[in-house]
Design a protein around this ligand. Structure first.
Ligand code: 4FN
Length: 225
C-alpha cells in the first residue's frame, strides 16, 4: 500500500519511523510519503492560510497550496481522506476497509480547517478519530496509518494475533500476565499456570465478556462486518 500525507507540519510524522511501522516502511510493506503543503504555495511568503470569509475567529487554509499539493499526488486509484470532526468516527471495520486500498491520500488540516471547496472537489471521505478538540489532523492521520499498516501482509509476525481476532468479535482483551509467576507478593491467576488449555480458553472468554459488558457494552451491540 502507498500512503501520501499532505501536512503543514511534516516533522509530526517522525514517530512513524519507530518500531513495527518503521520496519514495515524499511521493508516496503508500506510506502509512506509526507508532503509539505507549504512547498506548493505560490505566495511570495509561502503563506498557506487566510482569514475566513464572513468573519470570525482564526485562520483557514487557503485552496491554492492544497490544490497543487493534491494534484501532485492524486492518481486514478487514489482514495482521498480529510480528517475532520465532521467525519464518521473511525472504527476497526473502517480500518479493514481502508487497508484494502492501493493508494491513500491523507489531508491534515490546521487552524480552523481547510477551504470547503477543496473538500468538495477532491475528498472521498471525511474521517474523525473521536469527539475532542485537537490542534490539527496529524495525530488522526498517524492513528489511521498505524491501524491500516499493521493489517498489511508481512507487517506483523503473527498474522493471527489475538488482537486481530478479539476485536473481530468486538470483545475487549482478557487480562495478560507474564513471568514471574509471583512478583512482590502478587500472584498470576492459578488457572493460567495449570496447563489446561480448554479451561484457560474458557476463563479468558469469560473475562473478555465480563470486561466488555462492564466497560464497553456499546461494543456488544455493534454489528460485525
Ligand atoms: N480538529 C469539535 C468541534 C469543533 C471543532 C473541533 C476541533 C483541527 C483543523 C479541525 C478533531 C477531533 C478529531 C480530525 C472539535 C479531528 C479533529 C478528529 C480536528 C484543526 C480544524 C480541528 C465537537 C469534536 C469537540 C480543530 C468536537 N479526527 N477543531 O477539534 O481536525 O480527525
Amino acid at each position: 500500500m502507498k500512503i501520501d500525507v499532505l501536512s503543514l507540519f511534516p516533522n509530526s510524522f517522525v514517530p512513524l519511523e519507530e518500531s513495527i511501522i518503521g520496519r514495515a516502511r524499511e521493508s516496503n510493506k508500506i510506502e509512506l510519503k509526507i508532503t509539505n503543503i507549504r512547498d506548493f504555495s505560490k505566495d511570495k511568503h509561502k503563506k498557506c492560510d487566510d482569514t475566513p470569509y464572513g468573519g470570525g475567529e482564526g485562520m483557514v487554509m487557503t485552496p491554492q497550496p492544497l490544490w497543487d499539493a493534491i494534484k501532485s499526488v492524486q492518481k486514478k486509484n487514489s482514495y482521498t481522506i480529510y480528517f475532520s470532526p465532521k467525519g464518521q468516527v473511525l472504527d476497526q471495520k473502517k480500518v479493514e476497509e481502508l487497508a484494502k486500498k492501493k493508494h491513500l491520500v491523507l489531508i491534515c488540516g490546521h487552524y480552523e480547517g481547510i477551504d470547503q471547496r477543496i473538500i468538495d472537489k477532491f475528498v472521498d471521505e471525511e474521517l474523525s478519530i473521536g469527539d475532542y478538540i485537537l490542534t490539527g489532523g496529524e495525530l488522526p492521520a498517524m492513528v489511521l496509518i498505524d491501524s491500516v499498516s499493521r493489517l498489511q501482509k508481512g507487517v506483523l509476525h503473527n498474522e493471527n494475533s489475538s488482537q486481530n481476532e478479539t476485536f473481530a468479535n468486538n470483545l475487549l482483551e482478557f487480562p495478560q500476565y507474564t513471568k514471574p509467576a509471583e512478583f512482590n507478593g502478587l500472584k498470576v491467576p492459578e488457572i493460567l499456570l495449570s496447563g489446561n488449555h480448554q479451561e484457560i480458553d474458557k476463563w479468558r472468554l469469560e473475562q473478555s465478556l465480563m470486561l466488555t459488558k462492564e466497560r464497553r457494552p456499546d461494543l456488544l451491540k455493534k454489528k460485525k462486518e
